[in-house]
Design a protein around this ligand. Structure first.
Ligand SMILES: Cc1cc2nc3c(=O)[nH]c(=O)nc-3n(C[C@H](O)[C@H](O)[C@H](O)COP(=O)(O)OP(=O)(O)OC[C@H]3O[C@@H](n4cnc5c(N)ncnc54)[C@H](O)[C@@H]3O)c2cc1C
Length: 644
C-alpha cells in the first residue's frame, strides 16, 4: 500500500489557499443529491455536521449520548488556541505552527499544522458570531491566557468551561440544521461497523441503545468524529463513555491506524485515591499560569509529611523545590505536558512525592493570591477550585492542590491524508479520532482548535472534492455488504451474551488498564512492552472465555455496550504496545527508558524514526503490517527540544 499524504505543492503558507482553489466544487443544486454520515457530535462532529447541512448536503448525525451536547468535548476546561496576536506579544501564524511542531517533538506533518494555525483565527470569529461568551479584558476585547509550550498568550477561554461554551455554539448551529431538516439526528445510537461497497465507505451499521435494534444507514461519504481512546487505560480524564469502537472497527475494515502509542499523560490531575475509582479528574493546565509546582527538597521531609508529622504549611520556603522553574527557567511551570508529567514522575520516584501514596506533587497558589488577591484568582479559576474542594475536601485557597499525571488525550488515531480522508476512500476522520496535527505530544488548548478547524473549515472543502467526483447513486441498505456487516454485529453481540462467564466487563477493563499503565504509560521499555503484549493476549483470551454480560440485546443494556467497547480496547491495547515497541526512540509522550539524555529528556532518533507509523490490520492476534509515511521538515529545523 502506498501512503499518499496528498500534501499540495508550493510554499507552506500558500498550500491551503492553493488547494482550496484546486479542489472540485459541488454545484449548490447538486449538494442535496449527496448524503453524508457524521458519527460523533463533539466539537469536530457537530461543527462538521452543521456546516455540511448549511452547505446543502443531507446529513445524518449519530451519537451514543442522549443529546449531541453531552459529547465528551463538553468537559474541556482551559481554552482554545488561536494566532490572533491580540496581546501584541509576538504571536503569528508561523509562531503557532512552530510551537505546535516543536511541542509535538517533530513528529507531525508541517502542512497540516500550518493550515491549523491559519484557520485558528477564523474559528474565534465564528464562535464569537455564535455568541460563545469568551472572557474579555477590561476594555472589552477578548482576553487570553498562556498555556504550556508557548511564550505568548494565545489561549481564548470561557472561565474553566471553554469546551462547554464552544459545544453549545456548535450545538446551536447543528440544531438550526436539524430544524431545517438538513441534518437528521440519531442520539443513543452507536455505530458498530463500517460498510464498504466497491472499496469505498458507503455506510454504517448501528445499534439503537434503547431498543437494541440493529439498523443500517447508507451514504456517499462517512465521517468519524468519535473522539480519542484514552480509556484503554481504564482510568483517565476522559468521559467514561469515550471509546474506540467506531475507529477500531474501521481499522478492521482496512483503515490504517497511525501512531497508536502516542498517549498524552496530563500533569495536573487529582491523584488516584483508591481501587474503586472509575475516573480521574483534570485540573486545567491554565492553572499553571499562576500555580507553582513543587515538592519538598528532601526525601526525609516528604516522608515526615506523608506520615502526618508535619503539614505542608510547616515546610519552609528554603525546603521547597520548584523543580520546573529550577530546571526550565525559560518556560518554568509552563513547559509542555510531556515534560511536566515526566518530571512529576521523576521527583515521586526519588521519594519526594506528597500525599498519602507519595504519588503527588503540589500546585501552589499562595504567591498568586498574595500578589493578585483571592478575588482575582477566583474570577479566573473559581469553578476549578470549587471542583477540587468538592472532590478532595481540601481548600485550595488555603493549602496547595495535590496533583499527579493521568491519561488525558491520544495523539494517535486513524491515519488521514491532507484532506482528512483515511486510507479507505470516502471515509474521513476528524478531531481526536484522527492522528493528524499533534505529533508525539499535543500542546494544551490545541485539541479544541483542531476539532473545530476540521469540522468548520477543512472537511467542508475537502469532502466536496470527493463528492464532486462521485455519481449520485445510492446504495440500498439491503445490499449484501450491509447485510453482511449487520450479521457481523449481531454475531458479536450474541457471542458476548452467550459466554455467561464469571468475571465482569469492568474487571477485564481494569486489568487491561493496569497492564497499559504499568508497561505502556509514562515510561516504557522493550522488556516491559514484550511482557505486556503477552499479557494482553492472555487477558483477551480470558475475556472471550469468561466474561459475564447480563441481560439481552433487545433492551437498554449498558453491560453489552461496554463489553463491545472493552473487546475492542483489548485489541487496540496490543497495537499500542506493538507501536511503542517498534519505535526505538523517545519522543513527546512516548518515553522509552532506553532512549534518554543524561538529563532524562526524551532522546529522538530522527534518522530512523522521523515518520508516521501507520498500521494495517491483518487479523486478531496476527502482527499488523507497518506502513511508514516519512515526515519532511522544510520550514523548521529539527533540534533537541529545549525549554530551558
Ligand atoms: C477533562 C478534559 C479537559 C480538556 N480540556 C481541553 C481544553 O481546555 N482545550 C483543548 O484544546 N482540549 C481539551 N481537552 C481535549 C478535548 O476536549 C478533546 O480532545 C476534544 O473535545 C475531542 O473532541 P471530538 O469532537 O474529537 O470528540 P468527542 O468530544 O469525544 O466526541 C465524540 C463523539 O463521538 C460519539 N461517538 C463515539 N463513538 C461512537 C459510536 N461508535 N457511535 C456513535 N457515536 C459515537 C460520541 O457520542 C460523541 O458525540 C480536554 C480533555 C479532557 C478529557
Amino acid at each position: 500500500m502506498i501512503l499518499d499524504s496528498k500534501i499540495p505543492e508550493g510554499p507552506l503558507a500558500e498550500k491551503w489557499d492553493k488547494h482550496k482553489f484546486d479542489v472540485k466544487l459541488v454545484n449548490p443544486a447538486n449538494k442535496r443529491k449527496y448524503d453524508i454520515i457524521v458519527v460523533g457530535t463533539g466539537l469536530a462532529g457537530a461543527s462538521a455536521a452543521a456546516t455540511f447541512g448549511e452547505l446543502g448536503y443531507n446529513v445524518k448525525a449519530f451519537c451514543f449520548q442522549d443529546s449531541p451536547r453531552r459529547a465528551h468535548s463538553i468537559a474541556a476546561q482551559g481554552g482554545i488556541n488561536a494566532a490572533k496576536n491580540y496581546q501584541n506579544d509576538g504571536d503569528s501564524v508561523f509562531r503557532l505552527f512552530y510551537d505546535t511542531i516543536k511541542g509535538g517533538d517533530y513528529r507531525a506533518r508541517e502542512a497540516n499544522v500550518y493550515r491549523l494555525a491559519q484557520v485558528s483565527v477564523n474559528i474565534i470569529d465564528q464562535c464569537v458570531a455564535q455568541g460563545v461568551p469568551f472572557a474579555r479584558d477590561y476594555g472589552g476585547l477578548l482576553a487570553n491566557r498562556s498555556f504550556g509550550g508557548a511564550q505568548v498568550s494565545r489561549t481564548f477561554y470561557a472561565r474553566g468551561q471553554t469546551g462547554q461554551q464552544l459545544l453549545l455554539g456548535a450545538y446551536s448551529a447543528l440544531n438550526r440544521q436539524i430544524a431545517y431538516g438538513k441534518v437528521k439526528m440519531y442520539p443513543r445510537t452507536e455505530m458498530l461497523d463500517l460498510v464498504m461497497v466497491d472499496g469505498k465507505a458507503r455506510g454504517i451499521v448501528v445499534r439503537n441503545l434503547i431498543t437494541g435494534k440493529i439498523e443500517s444507514h447508507s451514504a456517499h461519504a462517512v465521517v468519524l468524529a468519535t473522539g480519542g481512546y484514552g480509556n484503554v487505560f481504564f482510568l483517565s480524564t476522559n468521559a467514561m463513555g469515550s471509546n474506540a469502537t467506531a475507529a477500531w472497527r474501521a481499522y478492521k475494515k482496512g483503515a490504517l491506524f497511525a501512531n497508536p502509542c502516542y498517549t498524552q499523560i496530563h500533569p495536573t490531575c487529582i491523584p488516584v485515591s483508591g481501587g474503586y475509582q472509575s475516573k480521574l479528574t483534570l485540573m486545567s493546565e491554565s492553572l499553571r499560569n499562576d500555580g507553582r509546582v513543587w515538592v519538598p527538597k528532601t526525601k526525609e521531609i516528604a516522608e515526615r509529611l506523608r506520615k502526618g508529622e508535619i503539614t505542608v504549611n510547616d515546610i519552609a520556603e528554603a525546603d521547597r523545590d520548584y523543580y520546573l522553574e529550577r530546571k526550565y527557567p525559560a518556560f518554568g511551570n509552563l513547559v509542555p505536558r510531556d515534560v511536566a508529567s515526566r518530571n512529576a514522575k521523576l521527583v515521586c520516584d526519588e521519594g519526594r512525592g506528597v500525599g498519602s501514596s507519595g504519588l503527588a506533587v503540589y500546585l501552589d497558589f499562595a504567591d498568586a493570591i498574595k500578589r493578585d488577591g483571592q478575588a482575582a484568582i477566583a474570577a479566573k479559576y473559581g469553578n476549578l477550585f470549587e471542583m477540587y474542594a468538592k472532590i478532595t475536601d481540601e481548600n485550595p485557597y488555603e493549602r496547595p492542590m495535590r496533583i499527579y499525571p493521568a491519561v488525558h488525550y491520544t495523539m494517535g488515531g486513524l491515519w488521514v491524508d491532507y484532506n482528512l480522508m483515511t486510507s479507505i476512500p470516502g471515509l474521513y476522520a476528524a478531531g481526536e479520532a484522527n492522528f493528524s496535527d499533534h505529533g508525539a505530544n499535543r500542546l494544551g488548548a490545541s485539541a479544541l482548535m483542531q476539532g473545530l478547524a476540521d469540522g468548520y473549515f477543512v472537511l467542508p472543502y475537502t469532502i466536496g472534492d470527493y463528492l464532486a467526483k462521485m455519481p449520485y447513486d445510492k446504495v440500498p441498505v439491503d445490499h449484501p455488504a450491509f447485510l453482511e456487516a449487520e450479521k457481523n454485529v449481531v454475531d458479536i453481540n450474541n457471542k458476548l451474551l452467550s459466554i455467561n462467564g464469571n468475571r465482569t466487563v469492568d474487571e477485564f477493563h481494569k486489568a487491561l488498564g493496569a497492564i497499559m499503565w504499568e508497561y505502556c504509560g509514562m515510561a516504557r521499555n522493550a522488556e516491559g512492552l514484550q511482557f505486556a503484549k503477552q499479557e494482553i493476549r492472555k487477558l483477551r483470551d480470558e475475556f472471550w472465555r469468561d466474561v459475564k454480560v447480563v441481560g439481552v440485546n433487545e433492551e437498554l443494556n449498558i453491560t453489552l455496550e461496554k463489553a463491545n467497547r472493552v473487546a475492542d480496547f483489548l485489541e487496540l491495547g496490543e497495537l499500542m504496545v506493538e507501536d511503542a515497541l517498534h519505535r526505538n526512540e523517545s519522543c513527546g509522550g512516548h518515553f522509552r527508558e532506553e532512549y534518554q539524555t543524561p538529563e532524562n529528556e526524551a532522546l529522538r532518533d530522527d534518522e530512523n524514526f522521523a515518520y508516521v507509523a501507520a498500521w494495517e490490520f491483518t487479523g486478531v492476534g496476527n502482527d499488523p503490517v507497518l506502513h511508514k509515511e516519512d515526515l519532511k521538515f522544510e520550514n523548521v529545523k529539527l533540534t533537541q527540544r529545549s525549554y530551558k
